[in-house]
Design a protein around this ligand. Structure first.
Ligand SMILES: Nc1ncnc2c1ncn2[C@@H]1O[C@H](COP(=O)(O)OP(=O)(O)OP(=O)(O)O)[C@@H](O)[C@H]1O
Length: 342
């Protein structure tokens, strides 16, 4: 059974304009997040990502549909049940949301104090968490004395204090520079791998999905328009918006403008071949072309690695008679996806 399961979930807000139709922030979403996943949710601003997170941790009620978290139907929970549910879900935020008047130790201790643990237990647990996030030497510092990356480490320690099964990260690295982002992502990977915590990452940055997530859902206007394994979606995105996101991180796919330039600059038919690991070898493709007597030139390309699996896109200019080229492309078509620029 998935750890988080949404079925036909909708969330509508009243429109600010009197008499206008309500805003469908979430519109018929089905989503399954398995225990142990690092599940990325990507979409442009206003797509509904933050609303989805607020529904999963029941900070707001859904308008309709079913939301099951860790075996419990969230939409019918009492206040007491909601409090218990939220104890099992940690959250980290873009702006860290730390208490500036409390020390690092006190910030991390806060959820444990709320949960009513004894002082000695709290001390032991906080020490453990400080070691885990690598901030033991900063225990008595205040948030203002920390870098952005250190603040987010405190945020992560605080979110993990009550040993939640799920960690929701809402744009958790968006306020950090690229190097610090990588450090925080590495820590989140450790949280997933070493502590077995399921992580839901909300982001508008494809780099975050690429380096952290194992699954992803792409959102647009309140709907999930595509979801699946990160490798599958990155190597063969189906929807226009997914293609745009993927193109921000994936090497080797020429943009329409670049294709126009290639077509002008090179004689012959311009064809992009897309491979995934196991599908085909480049050598096999080149051999097929050579054996058919098609003259070819590599004009654009790149190989990508997603979690140890490779896929690539090669754009070739092909010269020869059309029938011979068509025959060679049909043969290659069984090993790679062939897209021709007309
Ligand atoms: N409390 C609210 N009242 C009215 N409309 C809301 C409310 N919260 C969100 N919305 C609307 O719902 C839609 C989705 O918003 P949401 O914040 O979930 O998107 P998002 O993908 O998280 O965007 P961002 O990355 O900018 O935060 C938007 O049109 C937004 O204006």
């Amino acid at each position: 059974m998935p750890l988080v399961s949404l079925r036909d979930v909708a969330k509508r807000y009243p429109s600010p304009q009197k008499g206008a139709a309500p805003i469908a922030a979430i519109d018929g979403v089905d989503l399954d997040i398995e225990a142990g996943d690092v599940f990325g949710i990507i979409g442009y601003s206003g797509a509904g990502k933050s609303t989805l997170v607020r529904l999963i941790n029941a900070l707001e009620p859904a308008t309709s549909g079913s939301i099951v978290v860790d075996g419990t139907e969230v939409t019918t929970l009492s206040e007491r049940g909601l409090r218990d549910l939220r104890l099992g879900i940690g959250m980290i935020f873009q702006q860290f949301n730390l208490f500036n008047s409390k020390s690092v130790r006190k910030n991390i201790a806060y959820p444990l104090e709320v949960a009513g643990l004894h002082r000695a237990e709290i001390r032991t647990r906080v020490d453990e968490l400080l070691t885990f996030v690598g901030l033991s030497d900063k225990a008595d510092n205040y948030p203002d004395q920390l870098s952005g990356g250190q603040k987010q480490r405190v945020g992560i320690a605080r979110a993990l204090a009550t040993s939640p099964r799920i960690l929701l990260a809402d744009e958790a690295t968006s306020a950090l520079d690229p190097e610090t982002t990588q450090e925080v992502l590495a820590l989140l990977k450790q949280v997933n791998r070493d502590l077995g915590v399921t992580i839901v990452v909300i982001t508008h940055e494809m780099e975050v999905i690429q380096s952290l997530a194992t699954k992803l859902a792409v959102m647009e206007r309140g709907k999930v328009i595509e979801q699946g394994d990160v490798f599958e979606v990155f190597s063969d995105p189906q929807h226009a918006a997914s293609k745009r996101f993927v193109s921000t991180v994936i090497k080797g796919v020429p943009s329409p403008a670049e294709l126009a330039v290639l077509k002008e600059r090179h004689v012959g038919r311009i064809v992009t071949l897309s491979f995934r690991d196991g599908d085909a070898s480049q050598a096999g493709v080149f051999l097929t072309l050579a054996q058919a007597g098609v003259d070819f030139e590599l004009v654009y390309g790149g190989i990508n690695d997603i979690q140890g699996r490779a896929f690539g896109h090669l754009t070739l200019a092909l010269r020869g008679d059309d029938q011979t080229i068509d025959g060679a492309l049909t043969a290659i078509g069984s090993q790679a996806t062939v897209t021709e620029v007309r």
